[in-house]
Design a protein around this ligand. Structure first.
Ligand code: PHE
Length: 467
């Protein structure tokens, strides 16, 4: 498509859209559960250090590459590298990875949407039964909910950058935040809530080991939407006068604040449900937490607030997670859309249609891999474990390739694009960045220990997961 490149309408619009991408299911549930299991305040501290010391510099690398090239990730790698075949491969990875992650993120969002719908229609009590989730993910209703979620994503994306993505973020993000604060205030007024706060915040350094450190880093990396080409793509929609380091800091801060505040909602809720729980012994994964444990907690509220009251609280929770998931899904879907538009000169509607169809096929296959279809349920097996189609996508793209993409972008900006150009690009629109301590830190870290750490995480995952 020729004509001027689409752009965000304002700086705050860009920040909200990028924060909308970053704030997702990972913040609202993944982080609190991870923190509760792994040392509370100690985990929080480590997470915050990783966000500032490792993730923020990678975010700057991604945003500056996008803004400088004014292209999708594939085009950005191609143009800046002067058409090098090897770097084009890195570009491909940054487009395929988000597309595949979108598949599993879509499936989870569909479940959330389904739960929301069923709560609103009066079925909270059913959802709180232990076997419901297992049956729910195998039911045909999933496909109707999937159509609903895809329609929402489609409607937002067909509006384009300013009238679609930015507008949605401007409505959904403040609403999400208001719901989160309301829920925090509500749970904090429940009996025993303070025990949860205590548990959440008091550091337990004994819990910290290599696995926990690795988990905190992966969580931070995923939470900031790095390694998925998203920040490259969103960066390509801002002009050269905007302050990239300043915006990136605000995005990271918002993301971390939401994760932190979500802990003040989840942990007190667990303790008011059962003051004797030991969250460090929780066997629930984040998924089990959202779809089995929390519905039980919400249902228990009926003793004091009646069934309708309990359903309202549950509905607000699921609506909030749904909003967070939608702005993330939109951002990740925009990456391949931008790639088709830029690389194939295609219009937005056509690109959306083609990718939408491909997405439907893969998402249906993933949804069918939960016991529905024997072949898809045990698709392959590695390291002695049989894996479903859904598991494979998760393992390969989320767990393995993300840190590799992070490693590649670091090497790319410092050794291919070169430090001077990287700095010149970041200085534009950010006079106070030039010569600052932060600039020196970013330069040094992106060229040295950050890629080393990300490569180590990648190699370690490959060694542990597949052999
Ligand atoms: N940052 C999101 C989260 O924490 C993750 C995500 C973003 C996933 C974009 C997909 C797309 O949940």
């Amino acid at each position: 498509m020729s004509g001027a490149r689409e752009q965000f309408g304002s700086r705050i619009g860009f920040i909200l859209a990028a924060a909308g991408s970053a704030v997702g299911i990972g913040n609202l549930v993944g982080f609190p559960v991870g923190a509760a299991k792994n040392g509370g305040g100690a985990f929080l501290l480590m997470y915050a250090i990783f966000v500032v010391a490792i993730c923020l510099p990678v975010m700057l690398a991604e945003m500056s590459v996008g803004r400088h090239a004014k292209k999708d990730p594939l085009g950005a790698y191609r143009v800046i590298s002067g058409n090098s075949t090897g770097w084009k491969l890195a570009g491909w990875l940054s487009v395929i990875t988000p597309f595949m992650i979108a598949v599993f993120y879509l499936v989870i969002t569909v479940w959330i949407f389904g739960y929301l719908y069923e709560i609103v229609t009066g079925d909270l009590a059913v959802l709180a039964e232990p076997e419901t989730f297992g049956n729910f993910i195998k039911s045909e209703r999933i496909f109707i909910y999937m159509a609903g979620v895809l329609a929402v994503v489609y409607l937002i994306l067909q509006g384009g950058v300013k009238d679609g993505i930015e507008k949605a973020a401007k409505v959904l993000m403040p609403t999400l935040f208001a719901m989160l604060v309301a829920l925090v205030i509500f749970v904090l007024t429940q009996d025993n809530a303070m025990k949860g706060v205590e548990f959440y915040l008091i550091p337990d350094f004994d819990k910290i080991n290599a696995g926990v450190i690795n988990g905190a880093l992966s969580q931070a990396f995923f939470s900031l939407s790095l390694g998925m080409g998203i920040m490259i793509t969103y960066g390509s929609y801002i002009d050269n006068r905007s302050d990239v380091p300043g915006s990136a800091k605000l995005v990271a801060l918002t993301d971390t604040a939401v994760a932190f505040i979500a802990g003040l909602m989840i942990l007190p809720a667990i303790f008011s449900f059962d003051p004797n729980t030991d969250p460090s012994q929780l066997s629930e994964s984040s998924i089990g937490m959202i779809f089995s444990f929390l519905p039980q907690i919400f249902l228990a509220l009926q003793d004091s607030f009646g069934y309708t009251g309990a359903s309202i609280v549950a509905a607000v929770f699921f609506l909030q997670v749904f909003f967070a998931a939608i702005t993330s899904l939109v951002s990740i879907f925009e990456v391949p859309v931008a790639a088709l538009m830029d690389e194939k000169d295609m219009g937005r509607k056509k690109a959306l249609f083609i990718l939408g169809l491909m997405m439907v096929v893969l998402a249906v296959l993933s949804a069918l891999s939960f016991g529905y279809n024997a072949f898809l349920s045990s698709f392959v097996s590695y390291a002695g474990q049989s894996k479903s189609f859904f598991d494979v996508i998760y393992d390969v793209f989320y767990d393995t390739i993300l840190p590799l993409n992070g490693f590649l972008i670091c090497i790319f900006v410092i050794y291919k694009w070169k430090k001077v150009n990287f700095n010149k690009a970041l200085d534009e629109g950010a006079e106070n960045y030039k010569g600052s301590f932060f600039e020196k830190y970013v330069d040094f870290s992106v060229g040295t220990f950050i890629p080393v750490i990300l490569l180590a995480v990648f190699i370690n995952t490959v060694a542990l997961k597949y052999f």
